[in-house]
Design a protein around this ligand. Structure first.
Ligand code: TYM
Length: 333
């Protein structure tokens, strides 16, 4: 029996090359080896206010991104989270075994609380959905007996709480209920940093567009953003810890240009930032152009069809697991 992977992206903000390099790129490789389920997590997206029409558009766009990246709907299931009601049902059950202390220690909660309240994140004003957002993610993962969760580094804490709650439930109601999942991350792609601040991750919800390269950026936008990207002091192109901005740019170059960081360094011996940046822009554009062309070829109707049939593939798995859980906790069936 193949092992299973599960992962997802929230249809919110502008998907960027960090999301691609941290998560989606790995999924494409892993789908060959694993039984793969990829979700568009619209229920997670509504933890922040969203325009309904925009949410629908983004949901389809994320699925197009999966497909353009090379996710094969013949091999994997791609579906929309809200199409499978079992996610919300299992979340409720897991809410009853999670602790408020565990949730308030989530670093992403602190970041999102600040973003959502506009008053520095005072607890009283934080929407409850932002607080227990990780429990929905736990439900997503546990519903499908997931072995491996390929994500970027910012999600590791959420995988940890998944393991904690799965173990807690198993201890109380039966050791064989939930598979205890592991995270899957890659060294270079796990944390792509902001172009305007190499100490913070590239983020979909960044205030300035100079923080990220969106997967939808055109060539001119890429050149403008890379020109403006912060660099470190000095003029040599070297890959090292004490030049975090350059290290991040070399990482992007190496991951999108299929070279290792040492090979990238070698290409620029005797050259400066301006040569490096203009080559980096071209590497990014060469990646984005065919990607965007593939996205444009996909019609919304076709993509929705793929998402609906993906939901039908996973529904029996979700149902089976939820029935098992309900029986164990004492619900009448
Ligand atoms: P989301 O939508 O914020 O991000 C999607 C994926 O992109 C990764 N990522 C990054 N990787 C490298 N560098 C970055 N700068 C960077 N920014 C984001 C994220 O780690 C993630 O893998 N809660 C999740 C979605 C989710 C999920 C799940 C994931 C819901 N349920 C179940 C896995 C399994 C989220 O908001 O990701």
């Amino acid at each position: 029996m193949k092992k299973r992977i599960f992962s997802g992206v929230a249809p919110s903000g502008n998907l960027h090359i960090g999301n691609y390099l941290g998560a989606i790129k790995n999924w494409v490789k892993l789908q060959e080896e694993y039984d793969s389920i990829f979700c568009v997590v619209d229920m997670h997206a509504i933890t922040m206010p969203r325009d309904p029409e925009e949410l629908r558009k983004k949901t389809i766009e994320i699925a197009k991104i999966y497909l353009a990246a090379g996710i094969d709907p013949e091999k994997c299931a791609i579906f929309i989270q809200s199409h499978i009601a079992e996610h919300a049902e299992l979340m409720w059950i897991l809410n009853t075994i999670a602790k408020t202390g565990e949730l308030s220690r989530m670093t992403q909660f602190k970041d999102k609380a600040e973003l959502s309240t506009g008053d520095g994140g005072s607890f009283e004003n934080v929407p409850l959905g932002i607080f227990n957002y990780p429990i929905l993610m736990v439900a997503d993962i546990l519903l499908y007996n997931t072995d491996l969760v390929p994500v970027g580094e910012d999600q590791l804490q959420h995988i940890e709480i998944t393991r904690t709650l799965a173990n807690r439930f198993n201890k109380r109601f039966g050791e064989d209920t939930f598979v205890i999942p592991k995270s899957f991350i890659t060294r270079e792609g796990q944390r792509i940093m902001g172009l305007d601040n190499p100490m913070k991750k590239m983020s979909k919800s960044a205030k300035s567009e100079y923080n990220y390269i969106a997967l939808s950026d055109d060539a001119e936008t890429v050149r403008r953003k890379i020109k403006k990207a912060v660099t470190d002091s000095g003029s040599e192109i070297v890959y090292c810890e004490d030049k975090p901005a350059l290290k991040n740019l070399i990482n992007i170059y190496s991951l999108l240009g299929n070279k290792n960081p040492k090979e990238v360094e070698k290409l620029f011996i005797g050259k400066g930032y301006s040569d490096f940046k203009s080559d980096l822009s071209e590497v990014i554009i060469n990646f984005l152009k065919p990607f965007q062309e593939k996205m444009n070829e996909l019609s919304d109707e076709k993509v929705l069809g793929i998402l609906r049939s993906g939901a039908e593939k996973v529904r029996p798995l979700a149902r089976k697991k939820l029935i098992e859980v309900k029986k164990k906790i004492g619900f009448m069936l």
